[in-house]
Write a protein that binds this ligand. Structure first.
Ligand code: MLT
Length: 266
């Protein structure tokens, strides 16, 4: 099933493994290929499904409206319906973490465990909101390559290899302009979900790159404190995209999470 028809759109999905479902949600403006190492490694434990969110990767194009994190969460629930899974382990990076927290808010009973990687629970500050709008303007003025160049240095840690840098650039430079603009609007308008964290009753892994300059370890520590049952992992040698920068360390933290959540497998 490389594609899922849900909620009036077509989502591209990658999967590996069998058993209880784990859903992987990529960051901005990336796609499901960022999870290739996790799918390969964790397929022995779960049916791992990485989704290209609405408008991203090989999913159907979008037009116009902001791409809200709540719409993405609804799409994830519809994918779970399609594969007849009542619950899933929900794993999100950065914007994917915002979507995971929206899912935790909207569908708490459908979450077996939660991994929040290089993300934050708070809303955008006024300055950050203005930054979203400025980035949309810059995209149209200077093109996607300018955005990709800026993101490469902002997102990745100083040790990122040329292969990792190339991988990030490929994802950013392949993302459609209208998706970038829609996602910037959706992230700008998302609410603060710190209070949602306090009500999460399943096991949680909070994972962050030691050199993450976008959502630094202080943000991860604050989320871990708000969560009733969280394990915090700070990944050395990684910036904001730890799953591609240090896949082994991230996979190990996810394996521990999946073992903690196995007690509640359907
Ligand atoms: C991401 O990596 O998904 C973005 O940096 C998140 C954001 O811009 O808030």
């Amino acid at each position: 099933m490389p594609y899922a028809e849900v909620n009036g759109t077509r989502l591209h999905i990658r999967q590996n493994g069998e058993g209880p479902v784990a859903l992987f949600i990529h960051g901005f403006p990336l796609d499901s290929s960022m999870w290739i190492e996790q799918l390969e490694d964790l397929g022995s434990l779960r049916r791992c499904i990485a989704i290209d969110l609405r408008g991203f990767g090989r999913s159907a194009p979008v037009t116009g409206a902001p791409l809200t994190v709540e719409q993405h969460a609804d799409d994830l629930a519809a994918v779970l319906d399609l594969v007849s899974a009542e619950q899933a382990d929900i794993i999100g990076l950065s914007m994917g973490g915002y979507v995971a927290m929206a899912f935790a808010d909207m569908y708490p009973h459908r979450m077996r465990s939660l991994a929040l990687i290089d993300t934050r629970s708070g809303a955008d500050s006024e300055e950050a909101k203005a930054g979203r709008d400025a980035m949309a303007e810059r995209l149209l003025d200077d093109g996607r390559v300018a955005i990709a160049e800026a993101m490469e240095s902002a997102l990745l840690g100083p040790q990122a290899t040329i292969a990792v840098r190339a991988r990030l650039r490929s994802m950013v430079e392949a993302c459609p302009y209208e998706t970038i603009v829609g996602a910037l609007g959706g992230m700008r308008d998302r609410p603060d979900r710190t209070a949602v964290l306090r009500s999460v009753s399943v096991p949680v892994a909070v994972i962050v790159g030691e050199q993450d300059a976008v959502t630094p370890p202080t943000e991860a520590e604050a989320m871990a404190v708000a969560l009733p049952d969280a394990a915090l992992t700070i990944v050395p040698g990684a910036g904001h995209v730890a799953p591609i920068e240090q896949p082994e360390a991230v996979n190990e933290a996810l394996r521990v999470l999946l073992a903690r959540s196995s007690g509640s497998v359907d």
